[in-house]
Design a protein around this ligand. Structure first.
Ligand SMILES: Nc1ncnc2c1ncn2[C@@H]1O[C@H](C[S@+](CC[C@H]([NH3+])C(=O)[O-])CC(=O)[O-])[C@@H](O)[C@H]1O
Ligand SMILES: O=C(O)C(=O)Cc1ccccc1
Length: 250
């Protein structure tokens, strides 16, 4: 499959509209995310390996905000636990259509069911793994705790949540430095200053980011017993959160 280059913000726009996961974004998404998120390939690959450690036999794995299915395919390639099946959901029709064709192109033991659905009103079945790879940041801040609580409740004891997010920092010096290093990373990957600033404006109203402390407090508040950042690069972080076994607290 040839990868289309992202040039969505390359020409000056009179008015920058809010960022949306529409057909235009879906058509360039692999290029966009690889050139925009430091460590994206490492994160996706490691999620596949974590799935192999934490998947429980004959259970479900959820890939939430699956976009083109990179996480689902990484799990499919790396997880050898018997009887596992993946449900990949996204509320963008354009993403789900393309995700389905990517999934169709891969053979392997684990079935992947791709669905158009909104995480906010989805009824989750019991599961051993849930992945939110750069998805919670697009959900309203006021809704985040109830979403995480719903996911915690769906997880089986010993279940794993992987949460990856762009983050902000209280310390203005640290925050400015990490944002600047991220912009430098984007420039090194061929984005111009215009592309960087127009995309930043497009994301301003739709991607509200929390501090790492806020994320960790939320994960602990909802009941996760182990909360550990396992990846960090500039203002991008990925955590594992594990639901303890009931008898651990006896
Ligand atoms: N309420 C919602 N319900 C369902 N999907 C949603 C919702 N809100 C946003 N999305 C979807 O979440 C995805 C976020 S991208 C994830 C990358 C992927 N995980 C990857 O590992 O390649 C991250 C990014 O582009 O920074 C988009 O496809 C949205 O349509
Ligand atoms: O591009 C950025 O600045 C980001 O923060 C990451 C990103 C990647 C893909 C879609 C939306 C945001």
């Amino acid at each position: 499959m040839t990868k289309q280059r992202d040039s969505i913000y390359a020409t000056p726009l009179t008015q920058v509209s809010d960022f949306a996961f529409d057909a235009q974004v879906a058509s360039v998404f692999p290029d966009m995310i690889n050139r925009s998120v430091p460590g994206y390939a490492t994160i996706v690959n490691t999620i596949g390996r974590l799935a192999n450690r934490y998947a429980q036999e004959n259970t479900r794995i959820y890939d939430l905000g699956c976009s083109l299915g990179a996480v689902s395919l990484s799990i499919k390639q790396q997880c050898t636990v018997p009887g596992v099946h993946i449900t990949a959901i996204d509320n963008s029709n354009a993403m789900v259509e393309r995700c389905q064709s990517h999934v169709n192109a891969y053979r392997g033991a684990i079935p992947i069911d791709v669905q158009v659905a909104d995480i906010l009103d989805y009824r989750f079945e019991p599961c051993s793994i849930i992945v939110l790879n750069f998805t919670l940041q697009f959900i309203e801040q006021e809704q985040r705790t109830s979403v995480i609580q719903k996911l915690y409740n769906a997880l089986l004891p010993g279940g794993l949540l992987v949460l990856s997010e762009k983050v902000t920092h209280e310390d203005p010096v640290a925050d400015a430095l990490l944002i600047d290093l991220h912009h430098e990373f984007k420039r090194e990957n061929g984005y111009s200053d215009l592309e960087i600033s127009q995309k930043r404006a497009a994301l301003e109203n739709v991607m509200r980011i929390d501090t790492p402390e806020r994320h960790e407090a939320r994960l602990r508040e909802t009941g996760f017993t182990t909360v550990q950042a396992w990846f960090r690069c500039f203002n991008f972080t990925s955590w594992i959160a594990i639901k303890g076994n009931a008898n651990e607290h006896a």
